[in-house]
Write a protein that binds this ligand. Sequence first.
Ligand code: IPM
Ligand code: MG
Length: 359
Amino acid sequence: MRQHRIAAIPADGIGPEVIDAGLEVLEALAARDGGFRLAVDRFDWGSAYYRRHGVMMPQDGLATIKSADAIYFGAVGAPDIPDHITLWGLRLPICQGFDQYANVRPTRILPGITSPLRNAGPGDLDWLIVRENSEGEYSGHGGRAHRGLPEEVGTEVAIFTRVGVERIMRFAFAAARKRARKHLTVVTKSNAQRHGMVMWDEIATLVAADFPDVTWDKELVDAMTMRMVGKPRSIDTVVATNLHADILSDLAAALAGSLGVAPTGNVDPQRRFPSMFEPIHGSAFDITGKGIANPVASFWTAAMMLEHLGEDRAATALMTAVEQVCAAGILTPDIGGKATTKEVTRAVCEAIKGSNVAA
Ligand code: IPM
Ligand code: MG
């Protein structure tokens, strides 16, 4: 029997609720499949840990989870701790320490979910956003001088390296090649940002030569927002910098109906380190503990994790179950339904076991 070791880090806000839900459906999948089992180690790192210990995770945290096959992450952020502390204390050290340089964000309109785009339904919006995840505007380069004085200065330097850009470009072209339409849109801002972004464009042209079967085009990030809203069918795979893709992926999630369904993978394509899978939505303290968090992003995230672990059949079974449940109208309030997290989870588990799905 194949065994996969999962490090679960539910962390903050609705993170524990949706990770519990995700682990439940993963168990149902493993039981149904019979070919694999998951050994889950759970870590209590996050904001509560910070309040007790003054750090978001122990100093040897990365070493502790390094041997896991994948990391299943909830959300990070708390109302009483500055965001840059929670983020730079847990999620970014994992992404950067494990060189998870490719952030993969699929977006689709699931059946039963209404897009705010007029006339757009399943099939009209089917995108894969590839976000550079190791450098750019998230490098942590910069600083502040003359604090508090009128002449105070703060810099936030965007770092782009040839190695960093070329590897994400290759990853994105390869990802586009695996999709039916085999089209990649390279997003930059090379009209205004004339150094690093022009280098992106040049590297895109070089890498494209190695992928003659992939068609590609370029778009400036501001124009890309209009294209996403106005011509969603013209888009297939997208590659962009860390910050640009952060923004575009929120827009993508909103256009697909809700941030509550959007998944992501922080991937080390070379598999030197474990990759980390998480819902995009964040900790959502406004609904924490109310039992109404949408677990669909966490399920879709689990499907991405299964695919990464080579369990393609279970990944497909999970997405089929999720789509059946959504189509049957068993939805949480953020997407117009009345169901609780537990009800959606139960329905997905039933669908996995092969029972009928009824509203
Ligand atoms: C995301 C989030 C994070 C990011 C936040 C929490 C810093 O918005 O995963 O998209 O910007 O990377
Ligand atoms: Mg974001």
